[in-house]
Design a protein around this ligand. Sequence first.
Ligand code: ADP
Ligand code: GLC
Length: 510
Amino acid sequence: MPPKSGAGTGTWNSGRGPSKGATRVNILFVSSEVAPFAKAGGLGDVSSALPRHLHALGHDVRVVLPMYARVHAPGRTFTEVVPEIVLDLGGNRVLVSIVRTELPGTDLPVYFVRCPGLYDRPSIYGYARDEHLRFAVLSFAALAMCQHTGFAPDIAHVNDWQSALVPLLLKTKFAWDQRIFGRTRSVLTIHNLGHQGTFGAGVLGAIGLGDVAGYVHQDELRSDRFGFLLTGILHANAITAVSPTYARELMTPAHGVGLDPFLRMRADVMFGILNGIDPTEWSPETDARISHRYGVDDLEGKARCKEALLASGGLPHKKEIPVVGIVSRLVWQKGFDLCMGVLPRILRRRAVQLAVLGTGESRYEEFFHALSRAFPRQVVYRPAFSENLAHQIEAGSDMFLMPSRYEPCGLNQMYSLRYGTPPIVHATGGLVDTVRPWDGRARRGTGFVFEHFDEAGLAWAIQRALDVWGSGRGEDRARWRELQANGMRLPLSWEHRVGEYLEVYRGILA
Ligand code: ADP
Ligand code: GLC
């Protein structure tokens, strides 16, 4: 069954703001990542930009995330809000405190759950032994914070499996508190079905849900499984996916990663809403992280950014040779296995350079290391997480490669559109909703899209991009400018998206 039309199924040109005189909504926004405090990928960007835009429209938004070790950066100050909360999680009594600060550049309050034993570690994820407890505590603590501060949310908006217990907790453990939660409705946003937070059924007692096991999917329990995300899917009042195409895909066996039957069951409350770009972070006209600024009417600064990028990577610069950029987590989802066969062949045959930034699975890191050794004048690879270099690659590259196997939304292709760096993408999820194939005759389109996820498909798309680039001079250059301008002019900012979330909120509050 397709997702419900209306609020969520538009693409990037259908966003609307909230209507004038609309009432203020109290929004509790819970996430395991919020940039700039803690970010592993796009979830961090979204959990910063969406609350910021809701807050700017006058809604009362409170963001909650764990106090990881990395949150303590020089110059950041925190105020203690609740010195001590004892969370009674059945077998575990967990002591937490709540501190707050503001999202930089705003007065939007961000609350941190302090629990050094669970969160004071170098990385955000990856602690298999107590991962269930770490993120169960996040859901419990977010609701306890509301009680202790007297914040009565209309909407509890949670994200991915790490905060997906909130909808169930609202119906069970916290239901007695009508003063605070009497009106609260929940929204679960699915950013990536590939991560479901599935544990053995034995964790139920340890996370304080032993006495509400009747609310949990019984067949799963009998199969000795308990899924955080599945529990959220069953209990949220509304579910959103981060693009209209992904909202349709995830209800199919091919993309549902085993949860598609449950998602189909909830199709009447499922919406696809495309992510947006935060213009305060990603605008080539104002970006402080790049060497030269530029806009659609004057791309001279972009040419300077290309020179600077190649110089910093130790590669020779020639205006006519296109640079392909990659900024990514190097994981299975992102489709780099296809690159292993295709890129060496293309680098050997065509005049093209490659600037790669990313860390992840060792097989991909080793591949890009080997590629830069085999083509030292064409390829530079930095195995790092660097916000500055990510911006410099978006600005300094001529094309951007994102061959994702699946992609719920994807932000990097939108950043590259905004930066005049046409993307080369696989036709999946949000990539379908944001990148239109270049049509040379009609002079329409914004990038290069391959349908079949195989080496031939990827090779075709890269070759096509290089052919359209042509000589990089004269008429070829003028044509490329049109392609760039088409992408740079798209209305991709969050301001065009935020109204769609408000419609979902209002739909379940009515
Ligand atoms: P995902 O969330 O699946 O990783 P997205 O495209 O939605 O994919 O978002 C990725 C975000 O993470 C972007 O903001 C991108 O710039 C950033 N990012 C990914 N890898 C790196 C890296 N190595 N250094 C800096 N930023 C990175
Ligand atoms: C996930 C998805 C990505 C999406 C991001 C933010 O990490 O992999 O496609 O853009 O979340 O919603």
